[in-house]
Structures are given as C-alpha cells and as structure tokens.
Write a protein that binds this ligand. Structure first.
Ligand code: NAD
Ligand code: UDP
Length: 365
C-alpha cells in the first residue's frame, strides 16, 4: 500500500514512519511543516521515504494530488499541546477541525480510507467529577472509558481547554455521519497519553515554551533551571502508553488484516499504567537518581505546587482521570500493550538522558 502520513514530523508521526520503513512492506509518503524530528529518516543513506514539506492549510492542491495517489491517508496534523488550547483557542479549532476537514473532503472525493487521530480528551472529565461540580454525590467513578458507550463530558465554553476536545469530537461525529450516510471509510484513533523518544522538546534547549508534562520534568532533572511544578497539586491521574506499543496498534489498524476496522473508533492506551502527576514527579526523580545521575548534574529538583491558572493562564481546566477501555483493540485487532509503567518511564527518560549526554559531549569536545 502507499501510505500518506500527514503530520509525520511530529512525535507520533516520526515513530510510526520509523516502524513502517523498518517493516518495509508499504511505501510511505510523509508530509509536515517541521523536519527536525524526521531529518534522520529523510537523510538516511538509501532512504526509501518520500518526504514533502507541505502545509495542509495552504498547500491544498499538492495535498489533494497526494491523497489521489495514496491507498490510505493517516492524518496526525493538530495542535496537540494543552497550553495552546488556552492561549490560542481559535487556531486550535481552525487547524484541528477546519483544516482537517479539507483532508476529509479530499479522501471523500477520491474514495480513500482515512485514519484520523482524535484524542482521549473527547471523554472530557469523569462523571464523578461532573457530579461533584453539580453538588451531587457519586458512589462510583465510571472509568475506564469505552468508545461507543461512555458519554463525553466537557466544561463551560469559557474554559477554553475544551476547544481541542470539541474540535476533535466534532470531526469524529462528522466522520461517523459520513460513514452512516455514504459508507465513507474511516477509523478513528483516540490516544491515551503516549510517551517515548522524540516527544516534544526541552524548554531549556528551545528558549522556553510549554510542552507536555514529561518534557517539563526531564528539563528540571537535566537542566535544573526550574523546579518540577505540579499543576493544582498534581492530583490528576494519567495512564501512560509506550509509543512502540501504540505504533504496533496503529499498524494493525492501517493494515486491517481482519477487515473489521471500518467505521470504528479505537482507544489506544494502557489501563494498568495509571498514576497521579505528583507520583510521576517523584518516580522520575527516584529513577533519575538510581539509573542516570552523573557528576555535574543539577541537584534533585524541588517539587512545588502551582495553580492551573498561573501555569497555563485563565481558561484551563484539567481532565481529572483518563483510563482506556481497550477491549475493542484487544478483540478486533488482537493487540495488547507490552510495556508496564516503569519501563514506559525508564525508556522515555533514557532517550532524553542519552540525547542530553551526546550534546554535553559535543559541547565539551
Ligand atoms: P505533534 O505536535 O508532535 O505532531 C503534530 C504534527 O503536525 C507536527 O509535526 C506539526 O509540525 C504538524 N503540523 C502542524 N500543522 C501542520 C500543517 N498545517 N500542515 C502539515 N503539518 C502540520 O503531536 P503528536 O503527539 O505526534 O500527536 C499526533 C496526533 O495525535 C494529533 O492529532 C494529536 O491531537 C493526537 N494525540 C496525541 C496524543 C499523545 O499522547 N501524543 C494524545 C492525544 C491525541
Ligand atoms: N502538568 C503538571 N506540570 C507540568 C505540566 C503539566 O503538573 O509541568 C499536569 C497537567 O496539568 C495535567 C498533566 O500534568 O494534569 C498532564 O499534562 P500534559 O501537558 O502532559 O497533557 P495532557 O495529559 O493534559 O494532555
């Protein structure tokens, strides 16, 4: 198959591209507006990758031709960074819905199968947290979230955090409507906190910015410029999935060997790998001390609490808890995540530490 990957230069895209090239079964055409993370694949000797620097918002005609020429389209393009949901909510809506809809229309025109990346954030907050906000008591917290049963609960419009989830949810609803009315071929993927090599960037190496939590904590460990900051005490839960496990599931959906992925929404997550963000901070400090610490590293970082508003700005509201029900991926795809929490965190930390030591060695040479 010829697989067109839009947003291939991002964290998930580059890991998926690496795997598809390694398998060597499919031709890969990769599109992005940033090459930093995918450079090593573009410039590898004998690279079989076709890469094009194209913007899906501006280079519609070129993208249209690529869609026409592909067998399957995988759309990863999005603003996927919580700080931007609050900072630039309209841009989030515009890219994540309006521009992505252009790709849907192109796939529709050429009758191409589309794998659309959505998010676990479409589930919003748990029913227990919503009940608490309504002043009701809730005996049970109905988590894990199931693709075709769990209601999607989001906060008020003024809490712009939810524009990301709303745009993704609307896209999912449109795809399902097209499937129902005209048999449009799609599968949706809802990632639950993937981490691994090439996730985001370290603020101390990039002149600031606000990446996802793992990068902030690595930055505190490797550079010590800031303490580890726990937003609202770090009480929110997350369940982390190693990128290799996630990519394995994606490849199964792309290949669809059992011919049962059409019109399906798939959670990809590792339900057992849950912890609070406060626990994540302590675990990363402990693992760093045990496995990675070297002379000259900054001291163990302080762990402090900070309000969501101070950290992200007004309009932030957190997802209290997200656990994937992965029964569908297990039964339809025979997929099972293999990495437990410690190995997910260790492997991802190792990537950051190794990259940092290489930079230190180059700077010292
Ligand atoms: P990422 O930010 O690393 O990747 C997105 C890529 O899209 C970037 O390389 C970016 O340059 C590219 N892009 C942005 N605008 C573009 C444009 N106009 N034209 C072409 N390319 C453009 O994010 P990621 O973590 O790899 O996430 C990929 C997808 O998965 C996104 O749709 C995201 O919403 C979803 N997702 C990821 C996670 C996760 O755990 N990483 C969780 C939930 C959802
Ligand atoms: N968070 C934190 N400190 C940070 C960055 C994030 O405590 O330096 C929290 C954030 O409020 C959320 C969780 O960590 O509760 C995960 O945030 P992330 O940005 O990784 O993305 P999310 O999982 O919310 O999409």
């Amino acid at each position: 198959m010829k697989v067109l990957l839009l947003g291939a230069g991002g964290f998930i895209g580059v890991n998926l591209t690496e795997r598809l090239l390694r398998d060597g079964v499919h031709d890969v055409v990769a599109v992005d507006i940033q090459e930093e993370k995918i450079d090593h694949l573009i410039n590898a000797p004998d690279s079989k990758l076709t890469y094009l620097h194209l913007d899906i918002s501006k280079d519609e005609a070129e993208v249209d031709k690529l869609v026409a020429d592909a067998d399957i389209v995988v759309d990863l393009v999005a603003v996927a960074n919580p700080s931007l949901y609050v900072e630039s909510p309209f841009e989030v809506y515009d890219l994540n819905y309006t521009q992505n809809m252009k790709v849907v229309e192109q796939c529709r025109k050429y009758k191409k199968r589309l794998i659309q990346f959505s998010t676990c954030e479409v589930y919003g907050i748990t029913a227990a947290k919503a009940a608490e906000q309504f002043g009701l008591s809730s005996k049970e917290n109905p988590c894990p979230f199931s693709e075709d049963e769990t209601p999607l609960i989001m906060g008020p419009v003024k809490n712009h955090r939810w524009i990301y989830a709303c745009a993704k949810q609307l896209l999912e609803r449109v795809l399902d409507a097209l499937w129902k009315t005209e048999g449009f071929q799609f599968s949706v993927i809802r990632p639950f906190n993937f981490v691994g090599p090439r996730i985001d960037y370290l603020p101390s190496e990039s002149g600031g910015g606000n990446p996802r939590v793992f990068s902030h904590f690595m930055d505190a460990l490797l550079y010590g410029n800031k303490p580890m900051q726990l937003v609202d005490g770090g009480e929110a839960f997350r369940a982390y999935t190693y990128i290799d496990d996630a990519v394995d599931c994606m490849v199964r959906i792309i290949e669809d060997k059992n011919n049962n992925c059409e019109g399906q929404i798939f959670n990809i997550g590792t339900p057992e790998n849950e912890l609070t963000i406060a626990e994540l901070a302590t675990k990363m400090c402990d693992m760093f001390d045990e496995h990675f610490r070297q002379e000259g590293d900054p001291p163990r970082p302080e762990i402090v609490s900070i309000s969501g508003e101070e950290f992200y700005g007004k309009g932030y509201e957190d997802c209290d808890r997200r656990i994937a029900d992965i029964t569908k991926a297990r039964t339809l795809l025979g997929w099972e995540p293999e990495h437990d929490l410690d190995s997910v965190i260790f492997n991802t930390m190792k990537y950051f530490v190794d990259e940092h030591r290489k930079k230190q060695a180059t700077a010292g040479a």
